[in-house]
Design a protein around this ligand. Structure first.
Ligand SMILES: NC(=O)C1=CN([C@@H]2O[C@H](COP(=O)(O)OP(=O)(O)OC[C@H]3O[C@@H](n4cnc5c(N)ncnc54)[C@H](OP(=O)(O)O)[C@@H]3O)[C@@H](O)[C@H]2O)C=CC1
Ligand SMILES: CC1=C(/C=C/C(C)=C/C=C/C(C)=C/C=O)C(C)(C)CCC1
Length: 318
Protein backbone atom coordinates (compact mmCIF):
# COMPACT_ATOMS: atom_id res chain seq x y z
CA UNK A 1 0.00 0.00 0.00
CA UNK A 2 1.20 3.52 -0.83
CA UNK A 3 1.32 5.16 2.58
CA UNK A 4 1.63 8.96 2.83
CA UNK A 5 4.43 10.43 4.93
CA UNK A 6 3.31 13.04 7.46
CA UNK A 7 5.73 15.24 9.40
CA UNK A 8 4.37 17.00 12.50
CA UNK A 9 6.28 19.58 14.57
CA UNK A 10 5.98 20.13 18.32
CA UNK A 11 4.88 16.63 19.35
CA UNK A 12 6.21 16.60 22.93
CA UNK A 13 2.79 17.67 24.28
CA UNK A 14 -0.70 18.97 23.58
CA UNK A 15 -2.10 19.18 20.06
CA UNK A 16 1.08 17.88 18.36
CA UNK A 17 1.11 14.76 20.52
CA UNK A 18 -2.60 14.11 19.96
CA UNK A 19 -2.20 14.65 16.20
CA UNK A 20 0.68 12.19 15.95
CA UNK A 21 -1.26 9.51 17.83
CA UNK A 22 -4.51 10.06 15.92
CA UNK A 23 -2.93 9.98 12.48
CA UNK A 24 -0.69 7.00 13.29
CA UNK A 25 -3.86 5.14 14.34
CA UNK A 26 -5.65 5.86 11.06
CA UNK A 27 -8.20 3.06 10.55
CA UNK A 28 -6.93 2.36 7.03
CA UNK A 29 -3.22 2.74 7.92
CA UNK A 30 -2.85 5.39 5.22
CA UNK A 31 -0.06 7.32 6.95
CA UNK A 32 3.48 7.00 8.29
CA UNK A 33 3.91 9.74 10.88
CA UNK A 34 7.22 11.43 11.65
CA UNK A 35 6.43 13.02 14.99
CA UNK A 36 9.11 15.59 15.75
CA UNK A 37 10.12 17.59 18.81
CA UNK A 38 12.99 19.92 19.58
CA UNK A 39 14.03 18.04 22.73
CA UNK A 40 13.99 14.24 22.47
CA UNK A 41 14.37 14.13 26.26
CA UNK A 42 10.64 14.99 26.34
CA UNK A 43 9.56 11.98 24.23
CA UNK A 44 8.22 9.86 27.12
CA UNK A 45 4.57 11.04 26.95
CA UNK A 46 4.44 10.44 23.18
CA UNK A 47 6.16 7.04 23.46
CA UNK A 48 3.54 6.01 26.02
CA UNK A 49 0.60 7.34 24.00
CA UNK A 50 1.93 5.86 20.74
CA UNK A 51 1.77 2.31 22.14
CA UNK A 52 1.98 -0.30 19.40
CA UNK A 53 2.16 2.27 16.60
CA UNK A 54 5.71 3.21 17.67
CA UNK A 55 8.22 2.04 15.06
CA UNK A 56 5.37 0.99 12.75
CA UNK A 57 3.23 3.96 11.72
CA UNK A 58 4.84 6.44 14.14
CA UNK A 59 8.53 7.43 14.25
CA UNK A 60 9.99 10.04 16.56
CA UNK A 61 12.60 12.51 15.29
CA UNK A 62 14.36 15.66 16.48
CA UNK A 63 13.37 18.99 14.88
CA UNK A 64 13.65 22.51 16.23
CA UNK A 65 11.68 24.95 14.06
CA UNK A 66 14.05 27.75 15.10
CA UNK A 67 17.10 25.91 13.76
CA UNK A 68 17.58 25.51 9.99
CA UNK A 69 20.22 22.77 10.36
CA UNK A 70 17.88 20.68 12.49
CA UNK A 71 15.08 21.02 9.89
CA UNK A 72 17.44 20.09 7.03
CA UNK A 73 18.78 17.05 8.92
CA UNK A 74 15.28 15.83 9.75
CA UNK A 75 13.95 16.21 6.18
CA UNK A 76 17.08 14.56 4.75
CA UNK A 77 16.52 11.57 7.05
CA UNK A 78 13.03 10.82 5.60
CA UNK A 79 12.87 7.86 3.17
CA UNK A 80 13.84 9.37 -0.23
CA UNK A 81 13.62 12.80 1.47
CA UNK A 82 9.95 12.70 0.42
CA UNK A 83 7.14 14.32 2.39
CA UNK A 84 3.43 14.22 1.49
CA UNK A 85 1.90 16.17 4.38
CA UNK A 86 3.50 18.75 6.66
CA UNK A 87 1.64 19.67 9.84
CA UNK A 88 3.20 22.83 11.27
CA UNK A 89 2.08 22.80 14.87
CA UNK A 90 5.00 23.94 17.08
CA UNK A 91 4.17 27.22 18.74
CA UNK A 92 4.17 29.29 21.89
CA UNK A 93 1.93 31.89 23.51
CA UNK A 94 2.59 35.25 25.17
CA UNK A 95 0.11 37.37 27.10
CA UNK A 96 0.41 40.64 28.96
CA UNK A 97 0.88 44.38 28.40
CA UNK A 98 3.64 45.03 25.84
CA UNK A 99 5.22 47.56 28.24
CA UNK A 100 6.11 44.58 30.44
CA UNK A 101 7.48 42.32 27.70
CA UNK A 102 11.06 42.35 26.41
CA UNK A 103 11.84 42.53 22.69
CA UNK A 104 13.60 39.14 23.10
CA UNK A 105 10.39 37.51 24.37
CA UNK A 106 8.41 39.00 21.49
CA UNK A 107 11.00 37.96 18.89
CA UNK A 108 10.99 34.40 20.26
CA UNK A 109 7.22 34.21 19.61
CA UNK A 110 7.59 35.50 16.04
CA UNK A 111 10.62 33.28 15.44
CA UNK A 112 8.78 30.14 16.57
CA UNK A 113 5.21 30.73 15.38
CA UNK A 114 5.90 32.56 12.11
CA UNK A 115 9.51 32.08 10.98
CA UNK A 116 9.32 28.46 12.17
CA UNK A 117 6.73 27.84 9.45
CA UNK A 118 8.73 29.83 6.87
CA UNK A 119 11.90 27.80 7.61
CA UNK A 120 9.97 24.52 7.21
CA UNK A 121 8.45 25.57 3.91
CA UNK A 122 11.75 26.79 2.46
CA UNK A 123 13.01 23.26 3.02
CA UNK A 124 10.06 21.18 1.87
CA UNK A 125 8.35 23.28 -0.83
CA UNK A 126 10.88 22.74 -3.65
CA UNK A 127 10.39 18.95 -3.62
CA UNK A 128 6.58 19.20 -3.27
CA UNK A 129 6.53 21.60 -6.25
CA UNK A 130 8.72 19.27 -8.28
CA UNK A 131 6.42 16.34 -7.56
CA UNK A 132 3.28 18.53 -7.92
CA UNK A 133 1.89 16.87 -4.84
CA UNK A 134 1.61 17.76 -1.16
CA UNK A 135 -0.53 19.20 1.63
CA UNK A 136 0.66 21.86 4.08
CA UNK A 137 -1.47 22.02 7.21
CA UNK A 138 -0.85 24.80 9.69
CA UNK A 139 -2.19 24.90 13.23
CA UNK A 140 -3.12 28.56 13.30
CA UNK A 141 -5.71 29.92 15.75
CA UNK A 142 -8.88 32.01 16.00
CA UNK A 143 -6.29 34.64 16.89
CA UNK A 144 -5.07 34.41 13.32
CA UNK A 145 -8.42 35.95 12.40
CA UNK A 146 -9.13 38.21 15.32
CA UNK A 147 -6.97 39.95 17.94
CA UNK A 148 -7.75 39.43 21.62
CA UNK A 149 -7.01 41.81 24.48
CA UNK A 150 -3.40 41.41 25.82
CA UNK A 151 -2.49 38.82 23.15
CA UNK A 152 -1.01 41.51 20.89
CA UNK A 153 2.20 39.71 19.93
CA UNK A 154 0.75 36.19 19.80
CA UNK A 155 -2.14 37.37 17.59
CA UNK A 156 0.35 39.25 15.38
CA UNK A 157 2.35 36.02 14.94
CA UNK A 158 -0.77 34.09 13.89
CA UNK A 159 -1.92 36.93 11.60
CA UNK A 160 1.53 36.72 9.99
CA UNK A 161 1.03 32.97 9.51
CA UNK A 162 -2.38 33.55 7.90
CA UNK A 163 -1.17 36.33 5.59
CA UNK A 164 1.78 34.20 4.54
CA UNK A 165 -0.40 31.16 3.81
CA UNK A 166 -3.06 33.21 2.00
CA UNK A 167 -0.37 34.57 -0.33
CA UNK A 168 1.32 31.21 -0.75
CA UNK A 169 -1.95 29.35 -1.45
CA UNK A 170 -2.34 30.98 -4.87
CA UNK A 171 1.12 29.89 -6.00
CA UNK A 172 0.56 26.47 -4.41
CA UNK A 173 -2.60 25.93 -6.46
CA UNK A 174 -0.53 26.24 -9.65
CA UNK A 175 1.56 23.27 -8.44
CA UNK A 176 -1.46 21.21 -7.35
CA UNK A 177 -0.51 21.68 -3.66
CA UNK A 178 -3.03 22.23 -0.86
CA UNK A 179 -2.64 24.55 2.10
CA UNK A 180 -5.03 24.37 5.08
CA UNK A 181 -5.19 26.57 8.17
CA UNK A 182 -6.70 24.89 11.23
CA UNK A 183 -8.11 27.58 13.53
CA UNK A 184 -8.84 26.32 17.05
CA UNK A 185 -10.23 28.51 19.82
CA UNK A 186 -8.98 27.75 23.34
CA UNK A 187 -7.65 24.21 23.76
CA UNK A 188 -6.83 22.74 27.14
CA UNK A 189 -3.11 21.90 26.87
CA UNK A 190 0.14 22.92 28.59
CA UNK A 191 -0.06 26.07 26.44
CA UNK A 192 -2.53 27.71 28.85
CA UNK A 193 -0.47 26.73 31.90
CA UNK A 194 2.83 27.95 30.35
CA UNK A 195 1.26 31.27 29.32
CA UNK A 196 -0.36 31.64 32.75
CA UNK A 197 2.90 30.89 34.61
CA UNK A 198 4.82 33.39 32.45
CA UNK A 199 2.07 35.98 32.97
CA UNK A 200 2.31 35.52 36.74
CA UNK A 201 6.04 36.34 36.53
CA UNK A 202 5.34 39.56 34.55
CA UNK A 203 6.68 42.69 36.21
CA UNK A 204 3.47 44.73 36.07
CA UNK A 205 5.19 47.73 37.67
CA UNK A 206 6.31 48.66 34.14
CA UNK A 207 2.67 49.34 33.21
CA UNK A 208 0.36 52.01 34.62
CA UNK A 209 -2.16 50.98 37.27
CA UNK A 210 -5.17 50.98 34.92
CA UNK A 211 -3.43 48.64 32.45
CA UNK A 212 -2.11 46.35 35.20
CA UNK A 213 -5.60 46.11 36.77
CA UNK A 214 -7.18 45.45 33.38
CA UNK A 215 -4.74 42.62 32.74
CA UNK A 216 -5.07 40.97 36.16
CA UNK A 217 -8.71 41.56 36.97
CA UNK A 218 -10.32 41.52 33.55
CA UNK A 219 -8.17 39.55 31.11
CA UNK A 220 -6.80 36.83 33.39
CA UNK A 221 -10.19 36.15 34.98
CA UNK A 222 -12.11 36.14 31.71
CA UNK A 223 -9.50 34.05 29.97
CA UNK A 224 -9.73 31.34 32.65
CA UNK A 225 -13.53 31.35 32.22
CA UNK A 226 -13.21 31.09 28.43
CA UNK A 227 -10.94 28.02 28.67
CA UNK A 228 -13.29 26.37 31.19
CA UNK A 229 -16.44 27.01 29.19
CA UNK A 230 -15.36 26.84 25.55
CA UNK A 231 -12.09 24.85 25.76
CA UNK A 232 -11.63 21.86 23.44
CA UNK A 233 -9.37 18.88 24.01
CA UNK A 234 -6.23 18.33 21.89
CA UNK A 235 -7.91 15.10 20.72
CA UNK A 236 -10.79 17.20 19.29
CA UNK A 237 -8.30 19.21 17.24
CA UNK A 238 -6.57 16.01 16.11
CA UNK A 239 -9.90 14.59 14.95
CA UNK A 240 -10.71 17.72 12.93
CA UNK A 241 -7.22 17.73 11.39
CA UNK A 242 -7.41 14.02 10.53
CA UNK A 243 -10.64 14.78 8.62
CA UNK A 244 -8.94 17.63 6.75
CA UNK A 245 -5.97 15.51 5.62
CA UNK A 246 -8.23 12.74 4.36
CA UNK A 247 -10.42 15.03 2.20
CA UNK A 248 -10.09 15.15 -1.59
CA UNK A 249 -10.57 18.91 -1.62
CA UNK A 250 -9.47 20.21 1.77
CA UNK A 251 -10.62 23.74 2.67
CA UNK A 252 -8.15 26.61 3.05
CA UNK A 253 -9.57 27.59 6.47
CA UNK A 254 -11.17 25.38 9.11
CA UNK A 255 -12.41 26.58 12.51
CA UNK A 256 -12.71 23.75 15.03
CA UNK A 257 -14.95 25.29 17.68
CA UNK A 258 -18.60 26.04 16.82
CA UNK A 259 -19.07 27.67 20.22
CA UNK A 260 -16.44 30.24 19.27
CA UNK A 261 -17.59 30.98 15.69
CA UNK A 262 -20.12 33.68 16.75
CA UNK A 263 -17.08 35.76 17.85
CA UNK A 264 -15.04 35.30 14.64
CA UNK A 265 -18.15 35.90 12.50
CA UNK A 266 -18.26 39.46 13.86
CA UNK A 267 -15.08 40.15 11.91
CA UNK A 268 -16.63 39.20 8.58
CA UNK A 269 -19.94 40.95 9.36
CA UNK A 270 -18.51 44.49 9.38
CA UNK A 271 -16.02 45.69 6.76
CA UNK A 272 -15.23 48.72 8.97
CA UNK A 273 -13.89 46.36 11.64
CA UNK A 274 -15.63 48.18 14.51
CA UNK A 275 -18.18 45.47 15.34
CA UNK A 276 -15.83 42.89 16.96
CA UNK A 277 -13.87 45.57 18.80
CA UNK A 278 -17.02 47.26 20.19
CA UNK A 279 -18.56 43.90 21.07
CA UNK A 280 -15.46 42.63 22.91
CA UNK A 281 -15.20 45.96 24.72
CA UNK A 282 -18.82 45.78 25.84
CA UNK A 283 -18.50 42.12 26.82
CA UNK A 284 -15.74 42.83 29.31
CA UNK A 285 -16.41 46.41 30.43
CA UNK A 286 -20.17 46.93 30.21
CA UNK A 287 -22.02 43.62 30.10
CA UNK A 288 -19.52 41.56 32.07
CA UNK A 289 -22.19 40.05 34.33
CA UNK A 290 -24.27 38.81 31.35
CA UNK A 291 -21.08 37.65 29.59
CA UNK A 292 -19.94 35.68 32.63
CA UNK A 293 -23.41 34.24 33.22
CA UNK A 294 -23.50 33.06 29.57
CA UNK A 295 -20.11 31.40 29.90
CA UNK A 296 -21.18 29.72 33.14
CA UNK A 297 -24.32 28.50 31.41
CA UNK A 298 -22.31 27.01 28.53
CA UNK A 299 -19.95 25.40 31.05
CA UNK A 300 -22.87 23.84 32.92
CA UNK A 301 -24.49 22.57 29.71
CA UNK A 302 -21.24 20.97 28.51
CA UNK A 303 -20.58 19.48 31.94
CA UNK A 304 -24.07 17.96 32.03
CA UNK A 305 -23.65 16.49 28.55
CA UNK A 306 -20.32 14.92 29.52
CA UNK A 307 -21.76 13.65 32.78
CA UNK A 308 -24.74 11.98 31.13
CA UNK A 309 -22.37 10.39 28.61
CA UNK A 310 -20.33 8.95 31.48
CA UNK A 311 -23.49 7.68 33.19
CA UNK A 312 -24.68 6.03 29.96
CA UNK A 313 -21.28 4.41 29.47
CA UNK A 314 -21.27 3.22 33.08
CA UNK A 315 -24.79 1.81 32.63
CA UNK A 316 -23.80 -0.06 29.50
CA UNK A 317 -20.84 -1.57 31.36
CA UNK A 318 -22.89 -2.80 34.29
N1 LIG B 1 -3.80 25.66 23.41
C1 LIG B 1 -4.53 26.55 22.77
O1 LIG B 1 -5.45 27.17 23.34
C2 LIG B 1 -4.30 26.80 21.32
C3 LIG B 1 -3.12 26.48 20.68
N2 LIG B 1 -2.97 26.76 19.35
C4 LIG B 1 -1.73 26.45 18.66
O2 LIG B 1 -1.52 25.06 18.71
C5 LIG B 1 -0.14 24.76 18.59
C6 LIG B 1 0.24 23.74 19.66
O3 LIG B 1 0.01 24.29 20.93
P1 LIG B 1 -0.45 23.42 22.19
O4 LIG B 1 -0.39 21.99 21.88
O5 LIG B 1 -1.70 23.99 22.70
O6 LIG B 1 0.68 23.83 23.24
P2 LIG B 1 1.84 22.99 23.96
O7 LIG B 1 2.57 24.01 24.75
O8 LIG B 1 1.27 21.82 24.65
O9 LIG B 1 2.73 22.46 22.74
C7 LIG B 1 3.57 23.29 22.03
C8 LIG B 1 4.58 22.42 21.33
O10 LIG B 1 5.42 23.24 20.50
C9 LIG B 1 6.74 22.88 20.78
N3 LIG B 1 7.73 23.90 20.44
C10 LIG B 1 7.90 25.14 20.94
N4 LIG B 1 8.95 25.73 20.38
C11 LIG B 1 9.46 24.85 19.47
C12 LIG B 1 10.55 24.86 18.57
N5 LIG B 1 11.37 25.92 18.48
N6 LIG B 1 10.75 23.78 17.77
C13 LIG B 1 9.96 22.69 17.86
N7 LIG B 1 8.95 22.61 18.73
C14 LIG B 1 8.70 23.68 19.52
C15 LIG B 1 6.77 22.55 22.26
O11 LIG B 1 7.96 21.85 22.59
P3 LIG B 1 8.66 21.93 24.05
O12 LIG B 1 7.94 20.93 24.88
O13 LIG B 1 10.07 21.56 23.77
O14 LIG B 1 8.50 23.34 24.53
C16 LIG B 1 5.50 21.69 22.31
O15 LIG B 1 5.76 20.42 21.83
C17 LIG B 1 0.59 26.10 18.69
O16 LIG B 1 0.95 26.53 17.40
C18 LIG B 1 -0.47 27.03 19.28
O17 LIG B 1 -0.26 28.35 18.89
C19 LIG B 1 -3.97 27.32 18.61
C20 LIG B 1 -5.15 27.65 19.19
C21 LIG B 1 -5.40 27.43 20.58
C1 LIG C 1 -13.47 35.79 23.38
C2 LIG C 1 -13.24 36.91 24.32
C3 LIG C 1 -12.17 36.98 25.20
C4 LIG C 1 -11.13 35.95 25.35
C5 LIG C 1 -10.77 35.03 24.49
C6 LIG C 1 -9.70 34.11 24.68
C7 LIG C 1 -8.98 34.05 25.96
C8 LIG C 1 -9.39 33.29 23.64
C9 LIG C 1 -8.30 32.39 23.62
C10 LIG C 1 -7.94 31.81 22.48
C11 LIG C 1 -6.74 31.03 22.36
C12 LIG C 1 -6.02 30.57 23.56
C13 LIG C 1 -6.23 30.78 21.15
C14 LIG C 1 -4.96 30.18 20.94
O1 LIG C 1 -4.40 30.25 19.87
C15 LIG C 1 -12.00 38.16 26.11
C16 LIG C 1 -10.65 38.78 25.99
C17 LIG C 1 -12.17 37.69 27.53
C18 LIG C 1 -12.95 39.30 25.78
C19 LIG C 1 -14.25 38.95 25.31
C20 LIG C 1 -14.28 37.97 24.22
Amino acid sequence: MNQKTVLITGCSSGIGLALAVRIANDEKKRFIVYATMRNLGKAEALVEAAGRTLGKTLMIKQLDVCNEDSIKACVASLPDGKLDILISNAGMGLVGPIECQSMEEMKAVMDTNFFGLVRLLKEILPDMKKRKSGHIVVISSVMGIQGILFNDIYAASKFAVEGFCESMAIQAMRFNLNISLIEPGPVVTEFEQKVYEEAMKTDLSKADKMTADMFTNIYMKNSKQIYESLGQTPEDIAEHTHKIITMDNPPFRHQTNTLYTPMTTLKYADPNGDLPIDTFYKMVFEHDKVFNASLNFVKLLRWRTRKSFTIDKDKSNS
